[in-house]
Design a protein around this ligand. Structure first.
Ligand code: NOJ
Length: 539
């Protein structure tokens, strides 16, 4: 173990912090965040104690899906800056020891990408086959029954050429044909472009979708579709059998990985869901596909209680081959805010301690460190295509609101008198970086303490994970061990105080409590935890 820890890669030891660039810091006064804003906040991120920044898309884009509709894979949208700003960002981040991970959106382009403009211009255009075009079904209508994630059919008819093109998101996001070698080559080159500019890794958007069933067969109906789905939610009415996670996709993953391996120590993170046995294959049979298939299981697949959380972690640990490194996510730009779900604000600190003490790379989402909550968006202000098409309750805008830096105008996100692109949280005057950094017991202080402790403690960033059976079982207890260095983490998932006996241990020292008010020797025959308290104990 000692030797293994020394050879851990940065993406194994480190903590990733996701920035949604539109919402982080606006330096031009247009109400939208930009890359210069990220540069200005690098010192903050460095002090916070994260190791890598993942930037959601900043490519030139008509913004139908806020940058996940890319019109040029090798440039920066003027809204966010330019390539020179990006180069400065990489240099400034690296100077502070921070790695840069960028979003890569290989499944679909914008309908304004020159490739698609050419492709749709005529049936015999050389780029026609770069996208997925099909004749109407016999008798008319879309070629198959697939639905879009954002509502409606996954096909749009192009009257000029008399065929449909495939898009499983907005109609402005036509899907590339990854079976075409020219597409593959062009897309792989875009990875090289950014690696030459110093990018340390990629977060790969919907990577399980690249290859579709060769015959584009109809998906079967979903017998467990929730009742009362919006009428246009064709997607949820079907099982996703032929449109994603095809076996042939793994060969493409290996080719992508080979391109990253042309450069030194770059990291491939992929957005993937699905059942554990299917998901784990994305590490590759010999560890030759993704370094980190994103693991959303704690976020999406369980209820917020000690035993359910433990069951998810234990199942993951058991499923991973030796070479595979775990990772955990509790929030991102597609999900309600961590502090507004799970156990709410009361459990947000327990969530932080869990995420930052499990074995595996944690990804934080901007604002989690100040306990940002969902912000209600008036229907007329909804920006997100998912909310616009599937109903206000499905909008992802609630978790994409401006970062709250201080109690000044617009929370310090953009200048006074400018309207931010999404409304600010009502509580920003008290819930912001300036106020919370000055408070030694705030959630922000807890995040900083956890991040710095993790970084300085090999057992926490790289040691073994061993769960313990304890009573009452609504406390989740586990050990993190590296040789003689041993830590116990005990997380009370309830609002009731409790006392528990730790099997096999007699005494230890609390080095960090989520309440930030105790560091003391404790007896482990009778360890008392307060409501919603988590502790890290050195053994
Ligand atoms: C997943 C991204 O996380 C989401 O924000 C986006 O809308 C879709 N992929 C389409 O690119």
């Amino acid at each position: 173990m000692e030797r293994q820890l020394k050879t851990l890669h940065w993406w194994q030891r480190g903590v990733v912090y996701q920035i949604y660039p539109r919402s982080f810091k606006d330096t031009t006064g247009n109400g939208v965040g930009d890359l210069q804003g990220v540069i200005e906040k690098l010192d903050y991120l460095h002090d916070l104690g994260v190791d890598a920044i993942w930037l959601s898309p900043f490519y030139p884009s008509p913004m139908a899906d806020f940058g996940y509709d890319v019109a040029d894979y090798c440039d920066v949208d003027p809204l966010f800056g330019d390539l020179a700003t990006f180069d400065r960002l990489v240099a400034e981040a690296h100077r502070r020891g921070l790695k840069i991970i960028i979003d890569w959106v290989p499944n679909h382009t914008s309908d304004q990408h020159p490739w698609f403009i050419e492709s749709r211009s005529s049936r015999d255009n050389p780029k026609r086959d770069w996208y997925i075009w099909r004749d109407p079904a016999p008798g008319g209508g879309p070629p198959n029954n697939w639905g879009s994630f954002f509502g409606g059919p996954a096909w749009t008819y192009d009257a000029q050429t008399g065929q449909y093109y495939l898009h499983q998101f907005c109609k402005e996001q036509p899907e590339l044909n990854w079976r075409n070698p020219e597409v593959k080559a062009a897309m792989l080159d875009t990875l090289r472009f950014w690696m030459r500019r110093g990018v340390d890794g990629f977060r790969m958007d919907v990577i399980g979708l690249l290859i579709k069933d060769k015959d584009l067969r109809d998906n079967p109906p979903n017998p467990n579709a929730p009742p009362n789905l919006p009428e246009n939610d064709l997607f949820s009415r079907l099982l996703q059998v032929y449109n994603m996670y095809q076996d042939e996709n793994h060969a493409v993953m290996r080719e992508i990985r080979q391109v990253l391996d042309e450069y030194d120590d770059r990291c491939a993170i992929g957005e993937l869901w699905g059942p554990l046995p299917e998901w784990v294959r994305y590490y590759g049979e010999r560890g030759d596909e993704l370094h980190l298939p994103f693991n959303f299981r704690l976020k999406d697949d369980t209820t917020w209680d000690a035993q359910s959380m433990r069951a998810v972690v234990d199942a993951l640990e058991a499923a991973l081959p030796d070479f595979a490194w775990p990772n955990y996510v509790l929030g991102n730009h597609d999900s309600p805010r961590l502090a507004s779900r799970f156990g709410g604000q009361a459990q947000a600190r327990v969530a932080a301690m869990l995420l930052l003490t499990l074995r595996g790379t944690p990804t934080l989402y901007y604002g989690e460190e100040i306990g940002m909550e969902n912000v209600p968006i008036p229907p007329e202000k909804i920006q997100d295509p998912q909310g616009r098409n599937l109903g206000p309750e499905r909008t992802r805008d609630i978790c994409r609101t401006p970062m709250q830096w201080d109690a000044g105008p617009n929370a310090g996100f953009c200048p006074a008198g400018v309207e931010p692109w999404l409304p600010l949280a009502a509580d920003y005057a008290t819930r912001n970086v300036a106020v919370l950094s000055a408070d030694p017991t705030s959630i922000l202080t807890l995040y900083k303490r956890l991040l710095h402790l993790r970084r300085a403690t090999p057992a926490l960033y790289g040691g073994r994970y061993r769960p313990l059976d304890v009573e009452p079982d609504d406390v989740y207890v586990y050990l993190r061990e590296d040789g003689a260095q041993r830590y116990l983490v005990a997380l009370n998932f309830t609002a009731a105080p409790c006392t528990l006996a730790i099997p096999g241990e007699t005494a230890g020292r609390v080095i960090l409590s989520t309440h930030l008010d105790r560091e003391e020797a404790v007896s482990l025959d009778a360890l008392s935890l307060r409501a919603n308290e988590g502790v890290i104990i050195a053994l």
